[in-house]
Design a binder for this molecule. Structure first.
Ligand SMILES: [Zn+2]
Length: 204
């Protein structure tokens, strides 16, 4: 296994409006004891030197990592497990939060899609809208700043009326966003770039 781009450890801060990671240092004996108890929302990584529990909140908006002081995180297998667990929790959060936000925006603008799915899209694609009014959103956008998450959703909603990127599309999107959509699109691209490497690392 090759060296990861980021090492996940208690200094890792992931605090997005829709998803937060919380690190909690615990007593090692308590952590081991916890292994024997049933918990519906827990995942455990247990070896001779490692005992880490992950617990997610019911709506997946928080992921608690229980570890003991002195735990060594420099282990590639553990790193892979942590990254995949965090990614899966973000995906589960996206499956709840994105359709919810879409429905709020649909009601606000009185513009409805026929259906919505949240799934990984090909690289660089954040959303899609088909000619029959089906919207598909990338789970990645759930960890974007809220304004950018909304813009991505509104962009796909604007395609419900205009299935192209001509002038009429942008002026309609500006109307939905209450500002100049082309200018905002540039801001969007700029704002994304500084998060991009962490996002793609987490979600790959
Ligand atoms: Zn588009």
């Amino acid at each position: 296994m090759k060296q990861p781009q980021y090492w996940i450890n208690p200094n890792t801060r992931l605090r997005f409006p829709q998803f937060c990671l919380e690190w909690q240092a615990c007593d090692k004996t308590d952590l081991l004891g916890f292994c024997k108890m049933d918990h519906p929302r827990r995942k455990t990584y247990l070896t001779g030197t490692t005992c880490i529990h992950l617990i997610h909140s019911e709506d997946y908006s928080r992921l608690y990592i229980l570890y003991y002081e002195g735990q060594d995180f420099q282990n590639l297998r553990l790193q892979k497990w942590l990254r995949e667990s965090i990614r899966d929790t973000i995906m589960a959060r996206a499956a709840i939060a994105l359709p919810q936000r879409l429905h709020e925006l649909e009601n606000k603008h009185q513009l409805w899609a026929n259906s919505v799915t949240v799934k990984k899209l090909r690289k660089g694609t954040l959303g899609q809208c088909t000619h029959d009014g089906h919207i598909c959103l990338s789970p990645l956008i759930v960890i974007f700043p809220p304004a950018l998450m909304d813009e991505t959703i509104l962009h796909e909603m604007a395609h419900l009326k205009y299935l192209h990127h001509r002038k009429s599309f942008w002026s309609y999107l500006s109307q939905l966003m209450g500002c100049n959509s082309k200018e905002r699109k540039m801001l969007h691209d700029m704002a994304l770039s500084k998060y991009w490497s962490l996002y793609t690392f987490l979600m790959k």
